[in-house]
Write a protein that binds this ligand. Structure first.
Ligand SMILES: *[C@@H]1O[C@H](CO)[C@@H](O)[C@H](O)[C@H]1NC(C)=O
Ligand SMILES: *[C@@H]1O[C@H](CO)[C@@H](O)[C@H](O)[C@H]1NC(C)=O
Ligand SMILES: *[C@@H]1O[C@H](CO)[C@@H](O)[C@H](O)[C@H]1NC(C)=O
Ligand SMILES: *[C@@H]1O[C@H](CO)[C@@H](O)[C@H](O)[C@H]1NC(C)=O
Ligand SMILES: *[C@@H]1O[C@H](CO)[C@@H](O)[C@H](O)[C@H]1NC(C)=O
Ligand SMILES: *[C@@H]1O[C@H](CO)[C@@H](O)[C@H](O)[C@H]1NC(C)=O
Ligand SMILES: *[C@@H]1O[C@H](CO)[C@@H](O)[C@H](O)[C@H]1NC(C)=O
Length: 502
């Protein structure tokens, strides 16, 4: 009942907005101009019901003639979300640069609308919106506190109305494009988030219940962390009592503070997971991105960096189905670039997900890029012979018939080593030397770690050691640069069969 009332209110406000007059206040600012797009001010309905003219700042693309788009020609809307640095001009520009690389002549600025909303924070005062040292923010520009926009928190300014979730903003943009009166030929809406924008896209997909006649895809590119959809974690939580607090999990949700999605969260994780699985997710993973920008302990219980977190996440909450053309089927693309949204968007995978998939509304989509999906739920331990990185499998048989058993965490090197004995730590280290030395000393398991270290034991300490992806063990052996000797707190492990654990 409440939802219906709200939707009809939204519908009214859009029908009353004439094309190209976005109806928000004009916020005077010092924003960069880019070619192919303008700064546009959208009015976001005020949840208080008051007439506060809440205004979202955006970069909105032009047609190929440099004029405003003709809505009736638009077949696809791309809502592209900036990262931590809040630079929508770069994200709009990079999306438009990628659009120019699409070879299908029907897919261009006349048929694709690109909008890059600006989730401003206090750091943008006096730059993105006017600021008075005595009165604070003096306009109706929507401003969020810190990086809370990435998790759906309510706005901080204007002071007269502070109940607008950044997720409500995404709902409103979807609603805007999904209006068949204004956009009669729209076939697809794509929410594209990279880095912190990728965090927002994931968290939004979990909590949003926004209905749309037009299919909506959520492109989640290289987030530093995820809101985890169960209460367990792949790695230890012992040193992080807050590991499950929102925005890393869903405990203490309303304290974040959150109001958006509170009813859904109160229904439990299964409801969140099933809401998430009803969405179409396109995962974009840069294989050269081993970065980590965490500012609290929670993300480390899901992996040591963006690479490991991604694999544990899709292992825990697998992509929905094998055939990406099915309804709400997810895609998983491995792209051989660094943490760079422009390279991600402009890659073959980026062009498919952002622009060509379902462009004609016939459901046609590209299959996974970079690495064929191995099994339903995807393979969190990729067969590296299929990816464009140095081979990390090792079929050799070492001393004592030890063979490679994958890359394992060593979470507590100070207090609970994965293997109890550090046999040596020096620049001669190789897989051959360490396995021979461990076997020679009477052990049955050997592990090389962090280039120089050789560890031995007869059982793996399961408190500390958890199997992870091979791509966490890519440091060269100092004694043989053709081999990998683990990673930082990650062991390349050798034993005679699957290692015994204790
Ligand atoms: C909202 O905009 C209308 C029309 O421009 C104006 O009359 C009204 O005063 C504005 N309200 C606020 C709070 O700025
Ligand atoms: C937008 O992209 C073009 C083409 O790569 C580049 O020349 C220009 O500097 C970019 N503009 C901004 C504001 O980054
Ligand atoms: C479907 O999409 C793929 C990948 O873009 C393309 O190669 C193929 O020609 C398309 N098929 C149809 C029937 O449009
Ligand atoms: C290694 O495996 C071979 C073949 O299975 C076996 O003959 C040999 O005894 C094994 N050696 C050790 C040290 O386990
Ligand atoms: C490293 O330790 C191994 C095992 O004790 C030894 O054989 C090797 O000579 C050492 N290398 C260096 C550079 O100390
Ligand atoms: C170095 O590593 C490669 C790959 O494992 C191996 O083929 C080669 O024999 C090793 N060289 C030495 C000196 O151990
Ligand atoms: C791995 O090596 C780096 C560089 O020497 C060091 O900073 C780090 O503490 C080492 N990690 C472990 C777990 O020993």
């Amino acid at each position: 009942m409440r939802l219906l009332a709200r939707l009809s209110f939204l519908a009214c406000s859009f029908l009353s907005a004439t094309a190209q007059q976005y109806a928000g206040d004009t916020i005077s600012a010092f924003l960069p101009t880019i070619s192919r797009a303008e700064v546009a001010f959208f009015r976001i309905p005020d949840p208080t019901g008051a007439d506060n003219n809440l205004t979202l700042i955006n970069y909105y693309s032009h047609g190929t003639n440099g004029q405003r788009i003709v809505e009736s020609n638009i077949q696809r809307a791309i809502i592209v979300i900036h990262g931590l640095l809040r630079d929508p001009w770069n994200y709009a520009n990079d999306t438009l640069n990628a659009l120019e690389k699409v070879t299908d002549p029907n897919i261009n600025q006349d048929s694709v609308a690109v909008i890059a909303p600006y989730f401003t924070s206090g750091d943008d005062k006096g730059y993105a919106y006017p600021w008075s040292s005595t009165q604070g923010s003096t306009t109706n520009a929507l401003v969020w506190k810190g990086s809370q926009w990435s998790a759906g928190a309510n706005n901080q300014y204007p002071r007269a109305s502070t109940d607008t979730s950044s997720f409500t903003v995404l709902d409103t943009l979807i609603q805007y494009f999904d209006d068949a009166t204004l956009f009669p030929n729209l076939k697809q809406i794509t929410i594209v988030g990279h880095s912190m924008g990728g965090q927002m896209a994931q968290r939004y997909a979990v909590l949003s219940t926004q209905q749309s006649n037009t299919p909506v895809t959520h492109w989640v590119g290289n987030p530093d962390s995820y809101a985890w959809l169960s209460t367990d974690r792949p790695l230890s939580t012992a040193d992080c009592p807050t590991y499950d607090n929102y925005r890393s999990g869903y405990s203490d949700f309303t304290d974040y503070p959150m109001t958006y999605g509170a009813d859904l969260v109160a229904q439990g994780r299964d409801v969140l997971l099933s809401n998430y699985q009803s969405k179409q997710i396109a995962y974009g993973r840069a294989t050269l991105d081993h970065g980590d920008d965490s500012d609290d302990c929670a993300p480390y219980s899901t992996g040591e960096d963006r690479n490991e977190r991604f694999f544990y996440y899709i292992k825990a909450f697998g992509p929905s189905c094998d055939d990406p053309s099915g309804t709400n089927c997810d895609t998983v693309d491995y792209i051989p670039v660094t943490h760079d949204n422009g390279q991600m968007f402009g890659s073959s995978a980026g062009l498919a997900r952002l622009f060509t998939d379902n462009f004609y509304g016939d459901g046609n989509k590209s299959y996974d890029f970079g690495y064929p999906r191995q099994q339903s739920g995807d393979d969190p331990y990729p067969n590296p012979s299929l990816v464009n990185t140095p081979p990390v499998t090792d079929t050799s048989t070492y001393a004592g018939n030890l063979t490679y058993q994958g890359c394992w965490s060593n979470q507590y090197p100070e207090t609970a080593q994965a293997l109890p004995t550090i046999l040596y730590d020096n620049s001669s280290n190789t897989r051959q030397l360490c396995t021979s030395a461990c076997v020679g000393a009477g052990f049955t398991i050997a592990g090389v770690q962090n280039t120089t270290q050789c560890l031995c034991g007869d059982t793996l300490n399961s408190q500390s050691a958890v199997l992870t992806v091979d791509s966490q063990c890519l440091l060269d052996c100092p004694g043989n640069s053709s081999e990998f000797c683990g990673g930082n707190a990650r062991l390349s492990l050798f034993s005679n069969g699957f290692p015994a654990q204790s």
